[in-house]
Write a protein that binds this ligand. Structure first.
Ligand code: SF4
Ligand code: SF4
Length: 374
């Protein structure tokens, strides 16, 4: 495992994102997920990232139940203040206490204001939340304070320069270099001496397996390489990036991430050019940029928005009619399909990717329901 530093801490380059554990009957598959956490620890992963809303509010407590069985000095915990539920400094302090209890710990190593944008930052300032969290730091309950970000670049620059943050967390992958904080934001953080944690390095799993035509330029350079390898190596060359958070949903994914993060070589110029060609192929295929963050959920009419978009995007990228038909007609999915959307628009302002959700659901329903058996 490659290690970098974040503050005074030595952190594993691979961070375990605790938002996509294996699921059984709608709940965290605790047996499978426990094995993954234990395997990650054994392989040297130190950084475990969770948040109040992950897995419908169950992730923190599950992670706490497993990791508290291990020596606390072997790992760092990162979790986040659900700023959309915070209306006073007392609220902020109260969440920190509840999260400490969930995680069964006396301190949180890395605490973030969750999913910040310009408007939320103004609200947090008006409530005195940064000061409340500084009090928690002084009391030893929080070690390092940062923020995660979803919004336009200008908001990111303003928040980043507003105080001396210990770190920040941004979405970055080779398909999103110009979105949100993007590559420009990562460069600014480096200039300001603020370490970066990366989320969505695989774009919600979309970059974990590429179609043949997108893989072709990559395989021409390195026939044995995998899509995940290219995505993680794309980011590993920036030494100000300290952690790559991967939301792994199976032991196979964990093992592959472990192998790559053992010693990820930065891309050379020839490889960068090949990746550009692969991107052009993908850009022409992807239907929308849903990262499956689930901030838009729940839908009051039962639509599983990210599941529909994942299916639609997969269809766009892979053109696998059998798989798409099977998923679309799965009885499990019947009441959550895009065609149950009543176009009320309630989900729209919750999407950090600014996806026109109702319109895209209509398009998805039309396309997916029309796929013929092959
Ligand atoms: S617009 Fe559709 S998906 Fe969004 S909340 Fe309304 S019914 Fe649900
Ligand atoms: S539609 Fe937007 S909010 Fe909903 S899961 Fe996708 S990216 Fe997240």
């Amino acid at each position: 495992m490659e290690y970098r530093t974040l503050g005074e801490e030595k952190v594993s380059l691979l961070g375990f994102g605790c938002m996509r554990f294996p699921v059984k009957k709608g709940k965290i598959d605790e047996e499978a997920s426990r094995k993954m956490l234990e395997r990650a620890l054994e392989a040297g992963v130190t950084y475990f990232d969770t948040a109040w809303p992950y897995h419908d509010g169950k992730s923190e407590a599950f992670v706490g139940s497993v990791l508290s069985g291990f020596d606390r000095s072997r790992y760092q915990l990162a979790t986040k203040l659900p700023v959309w539920l915070v209306h006073s400094r007392e609220d902020a302090r109260s969440f920190v206490e509840k999260q400490l209890a969930n995680l069964r710990t006396d301190y949180i190593d890395f605490y973030l204001l969750h999913a910040m944008n310009g408007q939320r930052w103004q609200e947090m300032l008006s409530f005195g939340v940064p000061e409340a969290l500084e009090e928690c730091s002084a009391e030893g309950k929080i070690r390092k304070l940062g923020f995660s970000f979803h919004g336009p670049y200008g908001d990111f620059e303003r928040i980043l320069k507003a105080r001396k943050w210990d770190f920040c967390q941004i979405q970055l992958n080779y398909m999103d270099v110009n979105d949100q904080a993007g590559k420009r934001g990562a460069d600014l953080a480096r200039e300001l001496g603020i370490p970066v944690v990366i989320m969505e390095p695989l774009k919600g799993g979309s970059l974990a397996a590429l179609p043949q035509d997108a893989m072709a330029p990559l395989r021409a350079i390195n026939p044995a390489s995998t899509a995940v390898e290219w995505a993680l190596r794309f980011l590993a060359g920036d030494r100000n990036i300290r952690v790559l958070l991967s939301g792994m949903g199976s032991m196979e994914q964990l093992e592959e991430n472990l192998r790559i993060c053992d010693s990820p070589a930065p891309l050379n110029a020839e490889e960068e050019a090949a990746l550009e060609r692969a991107k052009q192929v993908l850009d022409s295929r992807v239907r929308n940029g849903c990262t499956a963050c689930r901030y838009c959920m729940p839908c009051p009419h039962g639509v599983d928005i990210p599941r529909n978009f994942a299916l639609w995007n997969d269809w766009g990228k892979y053109s696998n009619a059998r798989e798409a038909r099977w998923n679309w007609h799965n009885p499990d999915f019947a009441s959550a399909r895009a065609d149950a959307c009543v176009q009320c628009g309630e989900c729209v302002p919750k999407c950090p990717q600014n996806i026109p959700i109702p319109a895209d659901l209509s398009r998805a329903a039309a396309e997916l329901s029309a796929i013929k058996r092959q």
